[in-house]
Design a protein around this ligand. Structure first.
Ligand code: AGP
Length: 608
Protein backbone atom coordinates (compact mmCIF):
# COMPACT_ATOMS: atom_id res chain seq x y z
CA UNK A 1 0.00 0.00 0.00
CA UNK A 2 1.58 3.32 -1.03
CA UNK A 3 1.89 6.34 1.25
CA UNK A 4 1.08 9.91 0.26
CA UNK A 5 1.84 13.25 1.95
CA UNK A 6 1.46 16.86 0.81
CA UNK A 7 2.05 20.28 2.42
CA UNK A 8 1.22 23.77 1.19
CA UNK A 9 2.25 26.61 3.50
CA UNK A 10 4.91 29.19 4.23
CA UNK A 11 7.71 27.09 5.78
CA UNK A 12 10.18 24.74 4.03
CA UNK A 13 8.52 21.35 3.45
CA UNK A 14 11.01 18.77 2.15
CA UNK A 15 12.25 17.54 5.55
CA UNK A 16 8.76 17.48 7.07
CA UNK A 17 7.44 15.52 4.10
CA UNK A 18 10.09 12.82 4.55
CA UNK A 19 9.39 12.68 8.29
CA UNK A 20 5.71 12.19 7.54
CA UNK A 21 6.57 9.41 5.09
CA UNK A 22 8.41 7.70 7.94
CA UNK A 23 5.11 7.41 9.80
CA UNK A 24 3.73 5.63 6.76
CA UNK A 25 6.58 3.11 6.50
CA UNK A 26 4.42 0.49 8.20
CA UNK A 27 2.39 0.28 5.00
CA UNK A 28 5.28 -1.40 3.21
CA UNK A 29 7.17 0.18 0.28
CA UNK A 30 10.11 -0.28 -2.07
CA UNK A 31 10.97 3.26 -3.20
CA UNK A 32 10.19 6.87 -2.29
CA UNK A 33 10.27 10.40 -3.65
CA UNK A 34 9.49 14.06 -2.96
CA UNK A 35 8.81 17.08 -5.19
CA UNK A 36 8.62 20.78 -4.36
CA UNK A 37 8.11 24.06 -6.19
CA UNK A 38 10.49 26.95 -5.53
CA UNK A 39 11.03 30.17 -7.46
CA UNK A 40 8.72 28.94 -10.22
CA UNK A 41 10.69 25.71 -10.64
CA UNK A 42 9.35 22.27 -9.75
CA UNK A 43 12.00 19.69 -8.85
CA UNK A 44 12.10 16.22 -7.32
CA UNK A 45 14.35 13.71 -5.59
CA UNK A 46 13.64 9.96 -5.71
CA UNK A 47 15.38 6.83 -4.42
CA UNK A 48 14.93 3.07 -4.45
CA UNK A 49 14.64 1.19 -1.18
CA UNK A 50 14.21 2.70 2.27
CA UNK A 51 13.70 6.36 3.17
CA UNK A 52 17.30 6.51 4.34
CA UNK A 53 18.32 6.42 0.68
CA UNK A 54 16.02 9.33 -0.18
CA UNK A 55 17.41 11.32 2.75
CA UNK A 56 20.95 10.75 1.46
CA UNK A 57 19.93 12.12 -1.96
CA UNK A 58 18.32 15.15 -0.31
CA UNK A 59 21.40 15.75 1.82
CA UNK A 60 23.43 15.96 -1.35
CA UNK A 61 20.89 17.97 -3.31
CA UNK A 62 18.47 19.78 -0.94
CA UNK A 63 15.00 20.70 -2.21
CA UNK A 64 13.84 24.22 -1.26
CA UNK A 65 10.18 25.22 -1.37
CA UNK A 66 7.15 25.73 0.87
CA UNK A 67 4.87 23.49 -1.17
CA UNK A 68 5.50 19.81 -1.88
CA UNK A 69 4.21 16.28 -2.26
CA UNK A 70 5.87 13.01 -1.31
CA UNK A 71 5.28 9.28 -1.74
CA UNK A 72 6.34 5.81 -0.64
CA UNK A 73 5.70 3.29 -3.40
CA UNK A 74 4.56 -0.32 -3.07
CA UNK A 75 4.97 -1.52 -6.65
CA UNK A 76 1.89 -2.68 -8.53
CA UNK A 77 2.92 -1.83 -12.12
CA UNK A 78 6.63 -1.69 -12.88
CA UNK A 79 9.66 -2.85 -10.92
CA UNK A 80 10.80 -0.96 -7.81
CA UNK A 81 13.40 1.48 -9.18
CA UNK A 82 14.01 5.23 -9.36
CA UNK A 83 12.38 5.59 -12.79
CA UNK A 84 9.13 4.10 -11.50
CA UNK A 85 9.26 5.96 -8.16
CA UNK A 86 6.79 8.81 -7.64
CA UNK A 87 6.34 11.76 -8.05
CA UNK A 88 5.91 11.43 -11.81
CA UNK A 89 6.64 14.59 -13.83
CA UNK A 90 5.22 15.49 -17.23
CA UNK A 91 5.54 19.03 -18.61
CA UNK A 92 5.19 20.87 -15.30
CA UNK A 93 2.72 18.40 -13.74
CA UNK A 94 3.70 16.30 -10.69
CA UNK A 95 1.59 13.32 -9.56
CA UNK A 96 1.72 10.85 -6.66
CA UNK A 97 -0.76 7.99 -6.50
CA UNK A 98 -1.93 5.16 -4.29
CA UNK A 99 -4.03 2.46 -5.97
CA UNK A 100 -4.48 1.18 -9.53
CA UNK A 101 -5.61 2.99 -12.70
CA UNK A 102 -7.42 0.04 -14.22
CA UNK A 103 -7.76 1.52 -17.73
CA UNK A 104 -4.16 2.73 -17.88
CA UNK A 105 -3.20 0.49 -20.86
CA UNK A 106 -5.89 1.93 -23.10
CA UNK A 107 -5.07 5.48 -21.96
CA UNK A 108 -1.34 4.89 -22.48
CA UNK A 109 -1.89 3.65 -26.04
CA UNK A 110 -4.07 6.67 -26.82
CA UNK A 111 -1.52 9.08 -25.38
CA UNK A 112 1.42 7.45 -27.16
CA UNK A 113 -0.51 7.63 -30.42
CA UNK A 114 -0.80 11.38 -29.75
CA UNK A 115 2.96 11.63 -29.29
CA UNK A 116 3.35 11.21 -25.55
CA UNK A 117 6.69 9.78 -24.47
CA UNK A 118 6.57 7.63 -21.33
CA UNK A 119 9.60 7.21 -19.10
CA UNK A 120 8.21 4.70 -16.58
CA UNK A 121 6.33 1.41 -16.55
CA UNK A 122 3.77 2.71 -14.05
CA UNK A 123 0.04 3.19 -14.45
CA UNK A 124 0.38 6.50 -12.58
CA UNK A 125 2.28 8.23 -15.38
CA UNK A 126 -0.84 8.23 -17.59
CA UNK A 127 -2.42 10.65 -15.09
CA UNK A 128 0.45 13.12 -15.50
CA UNK A 129 0.28 12.84 -19.28
CA UNK A 130 -3.50 13.36 -19.31
CA UNK A 131 -3.16 16.49 -17.17
CA UNK A 132 -0.35 17.82 -19.39
CA UNK A 133 -2.50 17.16 -22.45
CA UNK A 134 -5.55 18.96 -21.06
CA UNK A 135 -3.37 21.86 -19.91
CA UNK A 136 -1.87 22.13 -23.42
CA UNK A 137 -5.45 22.23 -24.75
CA UNK A 138 -6.00 25.37 -22.66
CA UNK A 139 -7.95 23.92 -19.71
CA UNK A 140 -7.17 25.52 -16.36
CA UNK A 141 -5.84 23.24 -13.63
CA UNK A 142 -9.22 22.53 -12.05
CA UNK A 143 -10.83 21.75 -15.40
CA UNK A 144 -7.86 19.57 -16.37
CA UNK A 145 -8.23 17.63 -13.11
CA UNK A 146 -11.97 17.13 -13.62
CA UNK A 147 -11.40 16.01 -17.21
CA UNK A 148 -8.75 13.53 -16.05
CA UNK A 149 -10.92 12.23 -13.21
CA UNK A 150 -13.68 11.51 -15.66
CA UNK A 151 -11.31 9.54 -17.93
CA UNK A 152 -9.47 7.30 -15.48
CA UNK A 153 -11.10 4.33 -13.78
CA UNK A 154 -9.93 2.15 -10.91
CA UNK A 155 -9.07 2.63 -7.26
CA UNK A 156 -6.91 5.66 -6.59
CA UNK A 157 -5.88 8.41 -4.25
CA UNK A 158 -4.17 11.10 -6.34
CA UNK A 159 -2.25 14.23 -5.30
CA UNK A 160 -1.11 16.71 -7.95
CA UNK A 161 0.96 19.90 -8.24
CA UNK A 162 1.35 22.22 -11.22
CA UNK A 163 4.74 23.98 -11.61
CA UNK A 164 3.12 27.30 -12.54
CA UNK A 165 1.01 27.39 -9.36
CA UNK A 166 3.16 27.32 -6.23
CA UNK A 167 0.18 27.90 -3.98
CA UNK A 168 -2.10 24.97 -4.75
CA UNK A 169 -2.20 21.20 -4.28
CA UNK A 170 -5.05 19.21 -5.84
CA UNK A 171 -6.21 15.79 -4.67
CA UNK A 172 -8.85 13.19 -5.48
CA UNK A 173 -10.08 10.02 -3.87
CA UNK A 174 -11.79 7.00 -5.36
CA UNK A 175 -10.88 4.02 -3.15
CA UNK A 176 -7.69 4.26 -1.06
CA UNK A 177 -7.99 6.75 1.82
CA UNK A 178 -6.90 10.38 1.77
CA UNK A 179 -7.11 12.86 4.64
CA UNK A 180 -6.90 16.66 4.65
CA UNK A 181 -5.10 18.18 7.64
CA UNK A 182 -5.96 21.69 8.81
CA UNK A 183 -2.98 23.73 10.02
CA UNK A 184 -2.37 27.38 10.88
CA UNK A 185 -1.40 29.10 7.66
CA UNK A 186 -0.70 25.76 6.04
CA UNK A 187 -2.67 22.73 4.89
CA UNK A 188 -1.77 19.07 4.68
CA UNK A 189 -2.72 15.88 2.85
CA UNK A 190 -1.94 12.34 3.98
CA UNK A 191 -2.90 8.72 3.46
CA UNK A 192 -3.98 8.61 7.10
CA UNK A 193 -4.12 10.71 10.25
CA UNK A 194 -0.97 9.10 11.68
CA UNK A 195 1.15 10.69 8.93
CA UNK A 196 -0.29 14.11 9.75
CA UNK A 197 -0.34 13.74 13.55
CA UNK A 198 2.74 15.93 14.27
CA UNK A 199 1.27 18.71 12.10
CA UNK A 200 -2.37 18.70 13.18
CA UNK A 201 -5.13 16.59 14.69
CA UNK A 202 -7.90 18.41 12.85
CA UNK A 203 -8.66 16.07 9.99
CA UNK A 204 -11.20 15.96 7.16
CA UNK A 205 -11.47 12.58 5.49
CA UNK A 206 -12.18 12.69 1.77
CA UNK A 207 -14.70 10.12 0.60
CA UNK A 208 -14.89 8.34 -2.74
CA UNK A 209 -15.64 10.83 -5.52
CA UNK A 210 -14.15 13.83 -3.69
CA UNK A 211 -11.86 16.32 -5.46
CA UNK A 212 -10.04 18.73 -3.16
CA UNK A 213 -8.19 21.98 -3.93
CA UNK A 214 -5.83 23.01 -1.12
CA UNK A 215 -4.13 26.35 -0.57
CA UNK A 216 -2.33 27.52 2.58
CA UNK A 217 -5.60 29.12 3.68
CA UNK A 218 -7.84 26.06 3.44
CA UNK A 219 -9.49 23.39 1.29
CA UNK A 220 -12.37 23.45 -1.16
CA UNK A 221 -13.95 20.05 -1.73
CA UNK A 222 -16.18 19.16 -4.67
CA UNK A 223 -17.40 16.14 -6.55
CA UNK A 224 -16.04 15.00 -9.92
CA UNK A 225 -18.60 17.21 -11.63
CA UNK A 226 -17.10 20.21 -9.87
CA UNK A 227 -20.09 20.68 -7.54
CA UNK A 228 -19.12 21.74 -3.98
CA UNK A 229 -19.64 19.12 -1.27
CA UNK A 230 -19.50 19.53 2.51
CA UNK A 231 -17.17 17.39 4.58
CA UNK A 232 -16.93 17.85 8.34
CA UNK A 233 -13.58 17.88 10.06
CA UNK A 234 -12.90 15.91 13.24
CA UNK A 235 -10.24 15.72 15.93
CA UNK A 236 -8.27 12.57 15.20
CA UNK A 237 -7.02 10.35 17.99
CA UNK A 238 -4.05 9.25 15.89
CA UNK A 239 -1.79 11.79 17.59
CA UNK A 240 -2.26 10.06 20.94
CA UNK A 241 -0.96 6.89 19.36
CA UNK A 242 2.34 8.24 18.09
CA UNK A 243 4.17 4.95 18.08
CA UNK A 244 7.67 3.75 18.73
CA UNK A 245 9.16 0.35 19.50
CA UNK A 246 9.79 1.00 23.16
CA UNK A 247 12.49 -1.45 24.30
CA UNK A 248 11.64 -4.00 21.63
CA UNK A 249 13.63 -4.86 18.52
CA UNK A 250 10.60 -4.81 16.25
CA UNK A 251 7.09 -3.38 16.25
CA UNK A 252 5.81 -6.96 15.92
CA UNK A 253 7.53 -8.00 19.16
CA UNK A 254 6.15 -4.93 20.92
CA UNK A 255 2.66 -5.63 19.63
CA UNK A 256 2.83 -9.28 20.74
CA UNK A 257 3.81 -8.26 24.26
CA UNK A 258 1.31 -5.45 24.60
CA UNK A 259 -1.62 -7.77 23.92
CA UNK A 260 -2.56 -8.34 27.58
CA UNK A 261 -2.87 -4.61 28.21
CA UNK A 262 -4.50 -3.89 24.87
CA UNK A 263 -7.05 -6.71 25.08
CA UNK A 264 -7.98 -5.67 28.57
CA UNK A 265 -8.73 -2.19 27.25
CA UNK A 266 -10.71 -3.63 24.32
CA UNK A 267 -12.75 -5.90 26.62
CA UNK A 268 -13.67 -2.97 28.86
CA UNK A 269 -15.59 -1.54 25.91
CA UNK A 270 -17.74 -4.68 25.66
CA UNK A 271 -17.83 -6.24 29.11
CA UNK A 272 -19.20 -4.99 32.40
CA UNK A 273 -16.44 -6.18 34.72
CA UNK A 274 -18.57 -5.58 37.80
CA UNK A 275 -21.69 -7.46 36.69
CA UNK A 276 -19.86 -10.08 34.56
CA UNK A 277 -22.14 -9.43 31.60
CA UNK A 278 -21.67 -8.21 28.07
CA UNK A 279 -22.61 -4.56 27.66
CA UNK A 280 -25.41 -3.87 25.22
CA UNK A 281 -23.66 -3.73 21.81
CA UNK A 282 -24.56 -1.29 19.06
CA UNK A 283 -28.22 -2.15 18.46
CA UNK A 284 -28.04 -1.31 14.74
CA UNK A 285 -27.63 -5.09 14.51
CA UNK A 286 -30.21 -6.96 16.58
CA UNK A 287 -28.66 -10.40 16.99
CA UNK A 288 -31.88 -11.54 18.64
CA UNK A 289 -33.90 -11.22 15.45
CA UNK A 290 -31.49 -11.96 12.59
CA UNK A 291 -31.91 -15.31 10.81
CA UNK A 292 -28.19 -15.73 10.18
CA UNK A 293 -24.86 -14.02 9.67
CA UNK A 294 -22.54 -13.47 6.74
CA UNK A 295 -18.90 -12.84 7.66
CA UNK A 296 -16.17 -11.78 5.28
CA UNK A 297 -12.58 -10.56 5.60
CA UNK A 298 -9.06 -11.25 4.34
CA UNK A 299 -5.98 -12.92 5.75
CA UNK A 300 -5.69 -12.94 9.51
CA UNK A 301 -8.94 -11.01 9.84
CA UNK A 302 -10.68 -13.82 7.94
CA UNK A 303 -9.21 -16.38 10.33
CA UNK A 304 -10.52 -14.50 13.35
CA UNK A 305 -13.91 -14.53 11.60
CA UNK A 306 -13.62 -18.29 11.15
CA UNK A 307 -13.17 -18.69 14.90
CA UNK A 308 -16.17 -16.39 15.33
CA UNK A 309 -18.23 -18.68 13.10
CA UNK A 310 -17.70 -21.55 15.52
CA UNK A 311 -18.77 -19.32 18.43
CA UNK A 312 -21.87 -17.78 16.81
CA UNK A 313 -23.04 -21.24 15.74
CA UNK A 314 -22.27 -22.92 19.07
CA UNK A 315 -23.34 -20.22 21.54
CA UNK A 316 -26.05 -18.35 19.61
CA UNK A 317 -27.23 -21.13 17.28
CA UNK A 318 -26.77 -18.63 14.41
CA UNK A 319 -25.88 -20.11 11.00
CA UNK A 320 -22.85 -18.33 9.55
CA UNK A 321 -21.89 -17.98 5.89
CA UNK A 322 -18.20 -17.03 5.77
CA UNK A 323 -15.69 -16.66 2.97
CA UNK A 324 -12.53 -14.76 2.13
CA UNK A 325 -13.59 -11.42 0.73
CA UNK A 326 -11.89 -11.92 -2.64
CA UNK A 327 -14.25 -14.88 -3.22
CA UNK A 328 -17.25 -13.55 -1.27
CA UNK A 329 -17.50 -10.41 -3.40
CA UNK A 330 -17.99 -12.37 -6.63
CA UNK A 331 -20.05 -15.38 -5.50
CA UNK A 332 -23.35 -13.45 -5.64
CA UNK A 333 -24.40 -15.35 -2.51
CA UNK A 334 -28.21 -15.44 -2.14
CA UNK A 335 -28.69 -13.44 1.07
CA UNK A 336 -31.84 -12.24 2.81
CA UNK A 337 -32.58 -8.94 4.50
CA UNK A 338 -33.17 -10.93 7.71
CA UNK A 339 -29.46 -11.72 7.87
CA UNK A 340 -26.75 -9.39 9.12
CA UNK A 341 -23.20 -9.15 7.80
CA UNK A 342 -19.96 -8.64 9.74
CA UNK A 343 -16.77 -7.36 8.09
CA UNK A 344 -13.52 -7.68 9.94
CA UNK A 345 -10.61 -5.47 9.00
CA UNK A 346 -7.72 -4.04 11.01
CA UNK A 347 -7.13 -1.20 8.56
CA UNK A 348 -10.75 -0.79 7.52
CA UNK A 349 -9.49 -0.11 3.99
CA UNK A 350 -9.00 -3.58 2.44
CA UNK A 351 -10.48 -3.38 -1.05
CA UNK A 352 -11.92 -6.90 -1.25
CA UNK A 353 -13.53 -6.60 2.17
CA UNK A 354 -15.03 -3.22 1.27
CA UNK A 355 -16.41 -4.65 -1.97
CA UNK A 356 -18.02 -7.54 -0.06
CA UNK A 357 -19.53 -5.04 2.37
CA UNK A 358 -21.03 -3.08 -0.51
CA UNK A 359 -22.49 -6.28 -2.01
CA UNK A 360 -24.27 -7.07 1.29
CA UNK A 361 -25.41 -3.46 1.62
CA UNK A 362 -26.95 -3.64 -1.86
CA UNK A 363 -28.69 -6.85 -0.74
CA UNK A 364 -30.28 -4.91 2.12
CA UNK A 365 -28.44 -6.53 5.05
CA UNK A 366 -27.53 -4.67 8.23
CA UNK A 367 -23.75 -4.18 8.20
CA UNK A 368 -21.40 -4.48 11.17
CA UNK A 369 -17.68 -3.55 11.02
CA UNK A 370 -15.12 -5.01 13.42
CA UNK A 371 -12.29 -2.57 12.79
CA UNK A 372 -9.23 -0.98 14.37
CA UNK A 373 -9.66 2.37 12.62
CA UNK A 374 -13.02 3.98 13.43
CA UNK A 375 -12.50 6.63 10.77
CA UNK A 376 -11.87 4.04 8.05
CA UNK A 377 -13.95 3.54 4.94
CA UNK A 378 -15.34 0.17 6.05
CA UNK A 379 -16.39 1.71 9.38
CA UNK A 380 -17.98 4.71 7.73
CA UNK A 381 -20.04 2.52 5.38
CA UNK A 382 -21.38 0.28 8.16
CA UNK A 383 -24.54 0.48 10.27
CA UNK A 384 -22.76 -0.71 13.41
CA UNK A 385 -19.09 -0.25 14.34
CA UNK A 386 -17.45 -2.68 16.76
CA UNK A 387 -14.00 -1.13 17.39
CA UNK A 388 -11.22 -3.49 18.47
CA UNK A 389 -9.29 -0.61 20.16
CA UNK A 390 -5.90 -2.25 19.52
CA UNK A 391 -4.12 1.04 18.75
CA UNK A 392 -2.13 1.35 15.52
CA UNK A 393 -0.70 -2.00 14.49
CA UNK A 394 2.57 -1.17 12.75
CA UNK A 395 4.00 -4.63 12.10
CA UNK A 396 2.69 -5.89 8.78
CA UNK A 397 2.02 -9.30 10.36
CA UNK A 398 -1.13 -8.91 12.40
CA UNK A 399 -0.92 -10.01 16.04
CA UNK A 400 -2.68 -7.77 18.61
CA UNK A 401 -5.40 -6.98 16.08
CA UNK A 402 -6.07 -10.72 15.70
CA UNK A 403 -6.54 -11.38 19.41
CA UNK A 404 -8.59 -8.19 19.83
CA UNK A 405 -10.80 -9.23 16.91
CA UNK A 406 -11.29 -12.57 18.69
CA UNK A 407 -12.16 -10.84 21.96
CA UNK A 408 -14.78 -8.70 20.22
CA UNK A 409 -16.21 -11.73 18.40
CA UNK A 410 -16.38 -13.65 21.68
CA UNK A 411 -18.28 -10.78 23.34
CA UNK A 412 -20.64 -10.45 20.37
CA UNK A 413 -21.36 -14.19 20.20
CA UNK A 414 -22.13 -14.24 23.93
CA UNK A 415 -24.33 -11.19 23.52
CA UNK A 416 -26.08 -12.89 20.58
CA UNK A 417 -26.60 -16.04 22.66
CA UNK A 418 -28.15 -14.00 25.45
CA UNK A 419 -30.41 -12.16 23.00
CA UNK A 420 -31.54 -15.44 21.44
CA UNK A 421 -31.99 -17.25 24.73
CA UNK A 422 -29.41 -19.91 23.86
CA UNK A 423 -27.11 -18.93 26.75
CA UNK A 424 -28.31 -18.84 30.36
CA UNK A 425 -27.45 -15.92 32.62
CA UNK A 426 -25.15 -18.25 34.58
CA UNK A 427 -23.42 -19.40 31.38
CA UNK A 428 -22.89 -15.78 30.42
CA UNK A 429 -21.39 -14.87 33.78
CA UNK A 430 -19.05 -17.86 33.66
CA UNK A 431 -17.84 -17.05 30.15
CA UNK A 432 -17.35 -13.39 30.97
CA UNK A 433 -15.30 -14.31 34.01
CA UNK A 434 -13.00 -16.29 31.72
CA UNK A 435 -12.68 -13.28 29.39
CA UNK A 436 -11.85 -11.08 32.38
CA UNK A 437 -9.10 -13.48 33.48
CA UNK A 438 -7.66 -13.67 29.98
CA UNK A 439 -5.22 -10.68 30.07
CA UNK A 440 -3.54 -12.05 33.21
CA UNK A 441 -3.20 -15.50 31.65
CA UNK A 442 -1.81 -13.95 28.45
CA UNK A 443 0.90 -12.18 30.45
CA UNK A 444 1.75 -15.42 32.24
CA UNK A 445 1.99 -17.35 28.96
CA UNK A 446 4.12 -14.73 27.19
CA UNK A 447 6.65 -14.81 30.00
CA UNK A 448 6.66 -18.56 30.53
CA UNK A 449 6.94 -19.85 26.95
CA UNK A 450 9.30 -17.23 25.49
CA UNK A 451 12.66 -18.97 26.29
CA UNK A 452 11.47 -22.39 25.09
CA UNK A 453 10.06 -20.94 21.86
CA UNK A 454 13.18 -18.89 21.14
CA UNK A 455 15.24 -22.08 21.35
CA UNK A 456 12.72 -24.08 19.32
CA UNK A 457 12.68 -21.43 16.58
CA UNK A 458 16.34 -22.13 15.80
CA UNK A 459 15.41 -25.75 15.01
CA UNK A 460 12.32 -24.73 13.08
CA UNK A 461 14.29 -22.32 10.87
CA UNK A 462 16.18 -25.31 9.40
CA UNK A 463 13.07 -26.64 7.66
CA UNK A 464 11.58 -25.67 4.32
CA UNK A 465 8.01 -26.85 4.95
CA UNK A 466 5.84 -26.92 8.06
CA UNK A 467 2.33 -28.30 8.63
CA UNK A 468 0.00 -26.91 11.31
CA UNK A 469 -2.98 -28.99 12.50
CA UNK A 470 -5.98 -28.19 14.68
CA UNK A 471 -9.64 -29.08 15.24
CA UNK A 472 -12.60 -26.87 16.12
CA UNK A 473 -11.48 -23.32 16.85
CA UNK A 474 -7.88 -24.61 16.76
CA UNK A 475 -8.28 -25.23 13.03
CA UNK A 476 -8.39 -21.48 12.11
CA UNK A 477 -5.52 -21.08 14.59
CA UNK A 478 -3.54 -23.69 12.65
CA UNK A 479 -4.07 -21.62 9.50
CA UNK A 480 -3.14 -18.41 11.35
CA UNK A 481 0.04 -20.04 12.64
CA UNK A 482 0.94 -21.06 9.09
CA UNK A 483 0.16 -17.57 7.78
CA UNK A 484 2.32 -15.91 10.45
CA UNK A 485 5.26 -18.22 9.77
CA UNK A 486 5.17 -17.97 5.98
CA UNK A 487 4.60 -14.20 5.78
CA UNK A 488 7.55 -13.21 7.98
CA UNK A 489 10.06 -16.10 7.75
CA UNK A 490 9.23 -17.05 4.13
CA UNK A 491 9.17 -20.76 5.15
CA UNK A 492 6.33 -22.55 3.34
CA UNK A 493 3.62 -23.51 5.85
CA UNK A 494 0.10 -24.85 5.65
CA UNK A 495 -2.69 -24.97 8.22
CA UNK A 496 -5.05 -27.95 8.02
CA UNK A 497 -8.02 -29.39 9.85
CA UNK A 498 -6.44 -32.29 11.76
CA UNK A 499 -9.22 -34.60 10.62
CA UNK A 500 -8.20 -33.94 7.03
CA UNK A 501 -4.69 -35.35 7.51
CA UNK A 502 -5.66 -38.77 6.15
CA UNK A 503 -7.26 -37.18 3.07
CA UNK A 504 -3.98 -36.17 1.50
CA UNK A 505 -1.46 -34.23 3.63
CA UNK A 506 -0.31 -37.43 5.37
CA UNK A 507 1.55 -38.19 2.13
CA UNK A 508 3.89 -35.32 3.01
CA UNK A 509 4.84 -36.64 6.45
CA UNK A 510 8.50 -37.46 6.93
CA UNK A 511 11.39 -36.21 9.06
CA UNK A 512 11.81 -33.17 6.84
CA UNK A 513 8.50 -31.52 7.69
CA UNK A 514 7.67 -30.69 11.31
CA UNK A 515 3.97 -30.89 12.23
CA UNK A 516 2.79 -28.29 14.73
CA UNK A 517 -0.31 -29.59 16.51
CA UNK A 518 -2.50 -27.09 18.34
CA UNK A 519 -4.63 -29.04 20.82
CA UNK A 520 -5.98 -27.80 24.13
CA UNK A 521 -7.53 -30.61 26.20
CA UNK A 522 -10.99 -29.96 24.78
CA UNK A 523 -13.66 -32.23 23.31
CA UNK A 524 -11.52 -32.86 20.22
CA UNK A 525 -8.35 -33.74 22.12
CA UNK A 526 -8.48 -37.55 21.83
CA UNK A 527 -9.17 -37.38 18.11
CA UNK A 528 -6.25 -35.01 17.59
CA UNK A 529 -3.94 -37.30 19.57
CA UNK A 530 -4.89 -40.05 17.11
CA UNK A 531 -3.78 -37.78 14.27
CA UNK A 532 -0.50 -37.18 16.10
CA UNK A 533 0.02 -40.93 16.38
CA UNK A 534 -0.48 -41.22 12.59
CA UNK A 535 2.25 -38.57 12.15
CA UNK A 536 4.62 -40.23 14.65
CA UNK A 537 4.13 -43.65 13.01
CA UNK A 538 5.54 -42.18 9.78
CA UNK A 539 8.60 -40.59 11.35
CA UNK A 540 7.06 -37.13 11.46
CA UNK A 541 8.41 -34.60 13.98
CA UNK A 542 5.72 -33.16 16.23
CA UNK A 543 5.69 -29.80 17.95
CA UNK A 544 2.82 -30.14 20.39
CA UNK A 545 1.08 -27.01 21.69
CA UNK A 546 -1.31 -28.08 24.42
CA UNK A 547 -2.29 -27.35 28.04
CA UNK A 548 -1.41 -29.02 31.33
CA UNK A 549 -4.17 -31.60 31.01
CA UNK A 550 -3.16 -32.37 27.44
CA UNK A 551 0.51 -32.75 28.30
CA UNK A 552 -0.40 -35.17 31.11
CA UNK A 553 -2.70 -37.19 28.86
CA UNK A 554 -0.42 -37.67 25.86
CA UNK A 555 2.61 -39.95 26.17
CA UNK A 556 3.73 -39.34 22.60
CA UNK A 557 7.36 -38.45 22.00
CA UNK A 558 7.63 -34.99 20.41
CA UNK A 559 10.26 -32.61 18.99
CA UNK A 560 8.91 -30.15 21.60
CA UNK A 561 5.84 -29.76 23.80
CA UNK A 562 4.70 -26.24 24.70
CA UNK A 563 2.46 -26.40 27.75
CA UNK A 564 -0.04 -23.63 28.38
CA UNK A 565 -2.38 -23.23 31.36
CA UNK A 566 -5.71 -25.07 31.29
CA UNK A 567 -8.21 -22.51 30.02
CA UNK A 568 -11.88 -22.40 29.06
CA UNK A 569 -12.69 -22.94 25.40
CA UNK A 570 -13.99 -19.36 25.01
CA UNK A 571 -10.50 -17.94 25.58
CA UNK A 572 -8.39 -20.82 24.24
CA UNK A 573 -7.97 -19.26 20.75
CA UNK A 574 -6.56 -16.02 22.21
CA UNK A 575 -4.22 -17.90 24.54
CA UNK A 576 -3.05 -20.42 21.93
CA UNK A 577 -2.47 -17.58 19.45
CA UNK A 578 0.47 -16.41 21.57
CA UNK A 579 2.90 -19.31 21.05
CA UNK A 580 2.16 -19.42 17.33
CA UNK A 581 2.86 -15.67 17.07
CA UNK A 582 6.09 -16.00 19.08
CA UNK A 583 7.22 -19.04 17.09
CA UNK A 584 6.83 -17.19 13.80
CA UNK A 585 8.48 -14.07 15.21
CA UNK A 586 11.58 -15.77 16.62
CA UNK A 587 12.00 -17.97 13.56
CA UNK A 588 11.95 -14.88 11.35
CA UNK A 589 14.37 -13.02 13.62
CA UNK A 590 16.71 -15.99 13.51
CA UNK A 591 16.49 -16.05 9.73
CA UNK A 592 17.19 -12.32 9.50
CA UNK A 593 14.14 -11.39 7.46
CA UNK A 594 12.54 -7.93 7.64
CA UNK A 595 10.10 -8.85 10.41
CA UNK A 596 8.08 -5.61 10.45
CA UNK A 597 7.99 -5.09 6.68
CA UNK A 598 8.27 -8.53 5.06
CA UNK A 599 9.08 -8.61 1.36
CA UNK A 600 6.21 -8.10 -1.11
CA UNK A 601 3.68 -7.45 1.71
CA UNK A 602 1.69 -4.33 2.55
CA UNK A 603 -0.10 -3.59 5.80
CA UNK A 604 -3.37 -3.02 4.05
CA UNK A 605 -4.21 -4.08 0.50
CA UNK A 606 -6.33 -1.23 -0.78
CA UNK A 607 -6.33 -2.54 -4.34
CA UNK A 608 -7.86 -5.74 -5.73
C1 AGP B 1 -1.92 -10.64 8.43
O1 AGP B 1 -0.76 -10.95 9.18
C2 AGP B 1 -1.61 -10.08 7.09
N1 AGP B 1 -0.79 -8.93 7.18
C3 AGP B 1 -2.83 -9.89 6.20
O2 AGP B 1 -3.33 -11.18 5.97
C4 AGP B 1 -3.99 -9.03 6.76
O3 AGP B 1 -4.60 -9.69 7.85
C5 AGP B 1 -5.04 -8.87 5.65
O4 AGP B 1 -4.41 -8.18 4.59
C6 AGP B 1 -6.31 -8.11 6.08
O5 AGP B 1 -5.98 -6.79 6.42
P1 AGP B 1 -7.11 -5.93 7.19
O6 AGP B 1 -7.35 -6.61 8.49
O7 AGP B 1 -6.51 -4.56 7.35
O8 AGP B 1 -8.34 -5.92 6.33
Amino acid sequence: MCGIVGIVGTEPVAERLVDALRRLEYRGYDSAGVATIHDGKMDRRRAEGKLFNLEKVLDGEPLPGTIGIAHTRWATHGVPNVTNAHPHFVEGVAVVHNGIIENFSELKEELIAEGAVFESQTDTEVVAHLLAKYTRQGLDHKAAMLAMLNRVSGAYALVVMFADDAGTIMAARSGPPLAVGHGKGEMFLGSDAIALSPFTNEITYLVDGDFAVLTAQGARIMDFAGQPVTRTSQISQAATFLVDKGNHRHFMEKEIYEQPEIISHALSHYVDFAENVVKQPDMAIDFGSVSGLAISACGTAYLSGLVGKYWFERYARLPVEIDVASEFRYREIPLSKNQAALFISQSGETADTLASLRYCKDEGLKIGAIVNVRESTIARESDAIFPILAGPEIGVASTKAFTCQLAVLAALSISAGRARGTISADDEKAMIRHLIEMPRIMSQVLNEVQPQIETLSRDLSRFKDVLYLGRGTSFPLAMEGALKLKEISYIHAEGYAAGELKHGPIALIDENMPVIVIAPHDRFFEKTVSNMQEVAARGGKIIFITDERGAAASKLETMATIVLPNVDEIIAPMIFALPIQLLAYHTAVFMGTDVDQPRNLAKSVTVE
